[in-house]
Ligand binder design. Structure first.
Ligand code: NAD
Length: 518
């Protein structure tokens, strides 16, 4: 009898389509890769699945060793990996060299904490009659995790999720973005070079390849647009496969009248323009209290005008890079044109580069309002739109007036008041007097409300979601021959049971020191 792997291999093959990877800084094609069709996805999934059992049996200590070897390999190769990433994404050096350190840190974080996050739990029973039982929760890996990733952080948003999934004992198959598959491919070559078990691989392609991966996976970790997220959720519904969706954002910054305006302008410039504004958590909307509006705009414009845009190789001499795709540049151009036509003021930038390649000038737009695309839809480019508000209340109201709810920032001289205000913002994460940095606090869950997603990454739940729980209930001590609820049912037994449940179900619980949680 042939194995699942052999069966899948019989029908495996690549389609005739290719993924043409381009260099955004000049538009040249740098590599063409075969597209994996559904059969190839199935074959690769079956191969990884076949190795997953042994990987799980290695135990966390064994798996940690392989992840730490990968970390060391990546750190040794980090300059080469950044070169590849720059070529396919158009990032400046400063942005491209952030991804390996994040992945190394994620390995260290889960190395230090995963044993605790995955350990059995033994809660004590809340119901007195169950005090004679031992309750235990165990966690098993789900099996094969499918990771579908976007192009803006080609390693952080692919390998970054694979790390906790692998640590939990799963095999992982990644479908990188068709725009930026090369640096992930290089890292997976590294996994193979260090001789690690065959539980991590990639398949290249477009939406159909991603869809085929949804069909094969036991859990889907998707990062991308909300439009595609909906398609993934629908497809996963066919097989009742659980999903985590990390989707788009339209992140606001609220700059209050007591803020350090210099810090706020620096923070917003970085939070809005890092990675050419191509970050789900980019600051795209800024609400500034009127008394400091002009001062803030002046400082922000001055800082943005001073930025250097270009391709800087390994030299760290540019601040803002290229756009990664012409399609995204089209969206940016459309949004800025819409704002201009509706009366907004472009204080700096506002023009697409002449080419070759894909460029858009770092841009500050003032006097925007919520009728404009730049304040409603995800721009995902180097554009910061600023609006005056009468007071902090209006800032909160406008910040919440969005279908997205990923993250945001509050700048204020009163940190406690800002923390209270953060609790009123409809978003998964909020930075006080900072931008973007919550992504590196791996203890904190990171995920979106509303159209920004379902589920979270990072922290305890960022690894637990890749497991299935099993609840085991067993006796703590000697047992009777029968139980009150077991047959035969008699009036005396059921009468006694009714009294007991009324007693424990009501105030009687208090007598046993069991408090109600409010
Ligand atoms: P996208 O949705 O176009 O594509 C994401 C991935 O899904 C790609 O690999 C693509 O090939 C694949 N895909 C496309 N159609 C598919 C289908 N029908 N089934 C399965 N897979 C399919 O997104 P993008 O343009 O690559 O990335 C930009 C988006 O990602 C932005 O909206 C951004 O906000 C979002 N994003 C979110 C986060 C987060 O953590 N919330 C992080 C980064 C980016």
């Amino acid at each position: 009898m042939s194995t699942a792997v052999e069966e899948a291999e019989k029908v495996a093959g690549s389609s005739d389509e290719v993924v043409a990877v381009k260099r955004p800084v000049d538009g040249e094609t740098i590599r063409e890769l075969p597209v994996a069709d559904a059969a190839e996805v199935a074959a690769t999934a079956a191969r990884l699945r076949a190795a997953q059992g042994e990987w799980a049996e290695l135990g966390f200590a064994g798996r940690r060793e392989w992840l730490e070897r990968l970390r060391d390999w990546m750190l040794a190769e980090s300059e080469r990996i950044a070169d590849i990433m720059q070529a396919e994404s158009g990032k400046v050096r400063a942005d491209a060299t952030l991804e390996v350190p994040y992945c190394a840190d994620a390995i260290n974080f889960y190395s230090a904490n995963a044993a605790e996050f995955l350990a059995d739990e033994t809660p004590s029973a809340h119901f007195p009659a169950l005090k004679v039982k031992r309750l235990r929760i165990t966690r098993d890996p789900v099996g094969l995790v499918g990771v579908i990733s976007p192009w803006n952080f080609p390693l952080i948003l692919s390998l970054g999720d694979a790390i906790p999934a692998l640590a939990a004992g799963n095999a992982v198959l990644i479908k990188p973005s068709e725009l930026t598959p090369l640096c992930l491919m290089a890292v997976i070559e590294g996994w193979k070079q260090i001789g690690a078990p065959d539980v991590l691989d990639y398949v290249n392609g477009f939406g159909e390849t991603g869809g085929a991966l949804v069909d094969e996976a036991d859990y889907v970790q998707f990062t991308g647009s909300d439009k595609t997220g909906r398609l993934v959720l629908k497809r996963a519904a066919e097989t009742l496969t659980p999903v985590s969706l990390e989707l788009g954002g339209k992140d606001p910054a609220l700059v209050l009248r007591d803020a350090n305006v210099e810090r706020a302008a620096n923070g917003v410039a970085f939070g809005g323009l890092m990675n050419s504004g191509q970050i789900c958590m980019s600051i795209e909307r800024v609400y500034v209290e009127r008394p400091i509006y002009d001062e803030f705009l002046g400082k922000l414009t001055e800082k943005v005008e001073a930025l250097r845009q270009g391709a800087d190789g390994r030299t760290y001499t540019a601040d803002v890079g290229a756009m990664t795709s012409p399609a995204q540049t089209d969206i940016v151009e459309r949004h800025v044109t819409d704002a201009r036509e509706k009366g907004a003021r472009i204080l700096t930038g506002g023009r697409r580069g002449d080419g070759p390649g894909d460029w858009y000038e770092p841009t500050v737009i003032a006097d925007v309002d919520h009728s404009m695309d730049v304040m409603r839809d995800e721009t995902f480019g180097p554009v910061i739109s600023v609006m005056a508000v009468e007071d902090a209340e209006q800032a909160v109201e406008l910040a919440n007036d969005s279908r997205y709810g990923l993250s945001g920032s509050i700048f204020s001289g009163d940190v406690k008041a800002a923390e209270r205000m953060a609790r009123r913002l409809e978003m998964g994460s909020c930075n006080v007097n900072d931008t973007l940095i919550n992504y590196n606090a791996l203890e904190l869950p990171m995920g979106g409300w509303k159209t920004s997603g379902i589920g979270t990454r990072h922290g305890r739940d960022g690894i637990r979601k890749f497991t299935r729980t099993r609840s085991i209930l067993s006796p703590r001590g000697p047992e009777l021959d029968s139980e009150i609820l077991w047959y035969p049912i008699t009036p005396a037994k059921r009468g006694f049971f009714a009294k007991v449940t009324r007693f424990f179900g009501g105030r009687g619980l208090g007598r046993f020191g069991i408090e109600r949680r409010g």
